[in-house]
Design a protein around this ligand. Structure first.
Ligand SMILES: [Zn+2]
Length: 71
């Protein structure tokens, strides 16, 4: 998948250091007015998923995800 962000970190569950996948979880319906869609963007949640044991480790803030783009 192109555009999929990963973060190299140590898993708290299986202790493997691997490329964790950043998973976006949109909340609510994807349809509506421009105003409500803009609100939806702010409600997206991000998680890191371990590719070894599939543990969903934690929730990321939008700011943390944006910071990764600068790497
Ligand atoms: Zn793991």
């Amino acid at each position: 998948m192109s555009g999929t962000k990963t973060v190299s970190k140590k898993c708290v569950s299986c202790k493997n250091t691997s490329e964790h996948v950043v998973w976006k979880e949109p909340h609510g319906p994807q349809i509506g007015t421009i105003f409500s869609r803009t609100k939806m963007l702010g409600m997206k949640k991000y998680y890191l998923i371990c590719p070894v044991c599939s543990t969903v480790e934690r929730e990321l803030t939008r700011e943390q995800v944006d910071a990764m783009k600068n790497n």
